[in-house]
Design a protein around this ligand. Structure first.
Ligand SMILES: N[C@@H](CCC(=O)N[C@@H](CS)C(=O)NCC(=O)O)C(=O)O
Length: 123
C-alpha cells in the first residue's frame, strides 16, 4: 500500500509527519507542494480540492486523504502500532501530547519557520 505525502521541504508540520513515517519504517512517495512558487502551489485548484485549507501536509492512503499533522500522526500510530510513537505510561503520553498539541492546535502552524509561514503574521 503506497502512502503519498504532500509536503514542502521547509514545513515543520510536514516534517513531523516525515519523521513519524521514518520511525515507523513506512515507505512513502513525496508529492512536493512548493509554498512559494507560482503564487503558492497550495492554492492550485487540484491541491485545494484535496485540502480546502490549502495547507501541507496532506497524507493519502488508499485514495483517502488526511489533513492536519496531528491527525495524521494519530492515524499512523493506530494504523502502524509498532514501534509506538507514544510511551506506555498514561501520564507520559499526556506529556507528549502537551508538547505536540501546542503548535498544531491552530489551523495554521504558529511556529513554523518555513519561508511561506515566516513571511506572515498569523495573530
Ligand atoms: N495545524 C496544521 C498546520 C499546517 C501548516 O501551517 N502548514 C504550513 C506549512 S508548515 C502551510 O501549508 N502554509 C501554507 C500557507 O500558509 O499558505 C498542521 O499541523 O498540519
Amino acid at each position: 500500500m503506497t502512502i503519498h505525502l504532500y509536503s514542502y521541504f521547509r514545513s515543520s508540520a510536514s516534517y513531523r509527519v516525515r519523521i513519524a513515517l521514518h520511525l515507523k519504517g513506512q515507505s512513502y512517495d513525496t508529492v512536493p507542494v512548493h509554498l512559494l512558487n507560482n503564487g503558492g502551489e497550495q492554492y492550485a485548484p487540484a491541491f485545494s480540492a484535496l485540502n480546502p485549507q490549502s495547507l501541507v501536509p496532506v497524507m493519502e492512503e488508499e485514495g483517502r486523504h488526511i489533513t492536519q499533522s496531528l491527525a495524521i500522526l494519530e492515524y499512523l500510530e493506530e494504523r502502524f502500532p509498532t514501534p509506538a510513537l507514544l510511551p506506555p505510561g498514561l501520564l507520559d503520553r499526556a506529556h507528549v501530547r502537551e508538547i505536540s498539541l501546542a503548535p498544531a492546535t491552530s489551523i495554521r502552524s504558529t511556529i513554523c519557520a518555513c519561508c511561506a509561514c515566516s513571511s506572515r503574521s498569523w495573530a
